[in-house]
Design a protein around this ligand. Structure first.
Ligand SMILES: Cc1ncc(COP(=O)(O)O)c(C=O)c1O
Length: 388
């Protein structure tokens, strides 16, 4: 297999304020805010400080306009989608809104994001429900195999399934339209954790929640928006039942305003979020995606070929790749921290590492600011690093 990287998109590296001494191969965790978007937010902050009263006077309407722009980019409807700070908040709102009773089951998978699963566990403990985990072996080859494992874990009392569109540790797809439909047929409420989808994959919410009951996605990972921007899209029948985490002056407006308003706080990330989508469109969202997917695939080939790491099954269009680490590496939290720190110290590289029984998982990302040599540095250094 050839090791030819894609041609870099001219000028894209200068769009970011990233430290050039470090290979930032972990866009998937926290994103990186491009300079034009940082400036858009800085201008909003100046405006806010010039006249706080004036700024706050029509803020809900202004947030509504930002939401409409974001909804248009995601194929959603502005009244069926609320802005949030992040998916961690999104799952809290969803769990707060779902009726759960003693003995009910919330289905998750063993690829689910830790904070999301913990939120489900806490809600289960409060309501007498329990969390059941569908185990998806790392070598499950495709989404049919994944769907089989999820559906096999559905029981009489399964009320809710919380499924990732793209998993964090393993960069693979769980929630497909077919699986969501099969769960709905069984009467299961579906919650899609699409933290990685906006800006990363083509998203069409179909005017509602993308075939799910609830669909939540971060904008600050791949849509170039300031951090603390996310969306929660809600299917019609659930909207009147959404329960905000805090009761605010906007409560009587109902969804989405009552979820969005949390009193006096900094709303500039949401107001600047359209600048992120504008930039993505100026660069050409399809072009960015094609570049990033090709660069991730290139990095994957290097890590598999030169470092001999086992690449896990991926999904089309993804700008992330995940690899199995040797047995004994990154199987515990402290091991993970140590390995990440070593990769940073010895290779000046940032990657995601997640603990996994039998050998942890390392994930790389690709974004327009990354260059082929950064993956080469990792591929050439990681073998030795793992041996010592
Ligand atoms: C799949 C998944 N869900 C949820 C989250 C949580 O996102 P946040 O920290 O922005 O709430 C992440 C973050 O990496 C994620 O990858």
């Amino acid at each position: 297999m050839t090791e030819v990287p894609p041609v870099p998109m001219p000028g894209t590296r200068d769009l970011f304020s990233l430290d050039p001494a470090v290979a930032h191969l972990n866009h998937g965790s926290y994103g990186a805010v491009p300079l034009p978007v940082q400036r858009a937010q800085a201008r909003l902050r100046v405006e806010q400080e010039q006249d706080p009263d004036g700024f706050f006077a029509d803020l809900p309407e202004r947030i509504g306009r930002a939401r409409a722009r974001i909804a248009a980019a995601l194929g959603g409807h502005p009244d069926r989608l609320a802005l949030l700070t992040n998916v961690t908040e999104g799952i809290a709102v969803v769990l707060e809104s779902l009726p759960l009773a003693e003995g009910d089951e919330i289905l998750v998978t063993d690829h689910g994001y830790g904070a999301v699963v913990r939120a489900a566990e806490r809600r289960a403990a409060e309501t007498g429900a329990k969390v059941c985990t569908a185990t998806i072996p790392l070598d499950t080859p495709d989404t049919d195999g994944v769907a089989e494992r999820v559906l096999a874990a559905v029981g009489e009392r399964t009320r809710v399934a919380v499924l990732d569109l793209v998993t964090s540790p393993t960069a693979r797809q769980i929630a497909t339209p077919g699986l969501l439909a099969a769960l709905a047929e069984r009467g299961v409420v579906t919650v899609v954790d699409a933290a990685h989808a906006p800006g990363h994959l083509p998203v069409d919410l179909g005017g509602a929640a993308g075939g799910a009951d609830f669909w939540m996605g971060n904008l600050h990972k791949w849509a170039f928006t300031p951090r603390a921007t996310a969306v929660l899209a809600v299917r019609d029948r659930w909207r009147p039942r959404v329960r905000p985490l805090m009761l605010s002056w906007e409560h009587d407006r109902g969804f989405p305003g009552h979820v969005e308003w949390r009193g006096t706080c900094d709303y500039t990330p949401w107001l600047a979020a359209p600048a992120g989508f504008d930039l993505l469109e100026r660069l050409g969202a399809d072009r960015v995606r094609a570049h990033n997917e090709a660069l991730a695939a290139y990095g994957g080939r290097l890590l598999a070929g030169r470092a001999g790491l086992g690449e896990l099954p991926s999904m089309p269009g993804l700008a992330m790749r995940a690899f199995r680490l040797p047995a004994g590496r990154a199987e515990t939290g402290p091991d993970v921290e140590e390995l990440r720190a070593e990769i940073r110290r010895r290779l000046d590289t940032r990657v995601a590492v997640t603990r996994w029984p039998g050998g942890g998982v390392l994930r790389i990302s690709a974004q327009v600011y990354n260059r082929a040599e950064e993956y080469l540095r990792l591929a050439e250094g990681i073998g030795e690093l793992l041996r010592t």
